[in-house]
Design a protein around this ligand. Structure first.
Ligand SMILES: [Zn+2]
Length: 379
């Protein structure tokens, strides 16, 4: 159910020092615990082996005695004890030999497991955040690792001196239970996603939330750029300009992160509930670069929605159908009657042929579902 993905790791000098220290400290804790267990056994051979929880309850005491143990990732320290306990378990079952002391010559590695968000890759997967080390430059051997699936990491140093990290992720083949249901999804601006079952996921209105801040800093950035240029200062050295530039970047990142979280939430909800998901192909006009913040957020969200939905359908064993957006907002989803183009401000309408009352967006989503079902039948 799990697989290890190897990434090359490029720590800076300070990070490399901390990694080395963690190798040493996790080895130290292993050897201390093993020494203690050996001694305990020698003193009384009838005593039962200590459980992992008892062993780990001894860690704080060791940390008081050796305060420098606190300088490294505490989860790695815990994992070292856990590994020792597991090795003993296997030994008692006859699967392996008696645990040995670790020497500096071997075992240049440590394991750390996920605790909340302590281990994660950045958006372009060029940096990985590790406890105590912060963001470390890295190069994964696969194209995309989903942060939500990371279970643990093992940091190793190769004989060549190079660092690698093995990331354990939950396997991709986690087919979700089949529900037998199909859904059409229409994407919009005021409501982000509308389903043929009548559910509306409202738009987050991030442009309203951040427009003022963004405008404030963008104005300053532009003004400070001109000022620096007039004074003949290189932009790299123009402190005030750089400050404004960072603020602008920070706000854009905040918007992007918030948007992505939301899309993750929606797509997960949808793949859990439905087996076949039908969406419209993105209209070319929507993909065009748009300078209006609201539109640009919307079009980026749609693209991201589609990418994530496709990805999740694949790993959770669901089907995604992409249909041509032809006339989905003008036809009646009930009888198929085409009553012509409708202005964007018409939110509700009644079909002149079968007299069904329609919500504009939900009707479109139903049409999308119907086209998708038709395509699925043809296949
Ligand atoms: Zn009709």
């Amino acid at each position: 159910m799990y697989k290890g993905i190897e990434c090359k790791l490029y720590p800076n000098q300070q990070q490399a020092n901390i990694i080395q220290m963690t190798f040493g400290h996790t080895r130290f804790i292993w050897n201390q615990m093993l020494g203690m267990l050996n001694e305990r056994y020698q003193n009384n051979k009838d005593l039962k082996m200590l459980s992992y929880s008892t062993l780990s309850s001894l860690i704080p005491q060791l940390k008081r005695e050796y305060a420098w143990l606190k300088d490294v990732d505490s989860v790695a320290i815990q994992c070292s004890v856990k590994r020792l306990s597991e090795t003993f378990d296997r030994f008692f079952k006859g699967f392996c030999r008696y645990p040995k002391f670790k020497s500096k010559k071997h075992h240049q590695s440590y394991l750390s497991t996920i605790r909340g968000q302590n281990i994660r890759l950045n958006h372009n997967q060029r940096y990985i955040k590790l406890p105590k080390l912060g963001w470390v430059k890295c190069k994964p051997s696969v194209r995309y690792i989903e942060n939500e699936r990371i279970q643990s990491v093992t940091v190793k140093q190769r004989a060549s001196g190079k660092y690698v990290i093995s990331v354990l992720v939950a396997s991709e083949n986690q087919a979700l239970a089949k529900t037998g249901k199909t859904i059409g999804i229409d994407l919009g601006v005021s409501d982000f996603a509308i389903t043929s079952d009548g559910h509306k996921y409202p738009s987050q209105k991030l442009h309203l939330k951040y427009q003022q801040q963004l405008h404030y800093w963008e104005k300053r950035m532009a003004r400070r750029r001109l000022k620096a240029k007039a004074a003949g200062i290189d932009l790299k050295d123009a402190k005030n300009y750089q400050k404004a530039r960072k603020q602008v970047a920070r706000i854009h990142k905040k918007i992007a992160d918030t948007r992505k979280d939301y899309i993750h939430k929606i797509t997960t909800e949808l793949v859990k509930q439905y087996d076949v998901l039908v969406i419209e192909d993105l209209k070319a006009s929507n993909i065009l670069k748009n300078h209006k913040l609201a539109r640009s957020i919307a079009s980026q969200s749609w693209r991201q929605f589609r990418v994530l939905l496709a990805y999740k359908c694949k790993i959770y064993g669901k089907e995604l159908i992409v249909v041509n957006p032809y006339k989905t907002s003008q036809k009646c989803s009930n009888c198929g009657h085409d009553s012509g183009k409708k202005n964007l401000d018409i939110r509700q309408w009644r079909c002149p042929s079968c007299h069904t009352e329609h919500d504009r967006d939900i009707n479109a989503a139903k049409n999308i579902r119907n086209i998708g079902l038709g395509q699925a039948l043809v296949k």
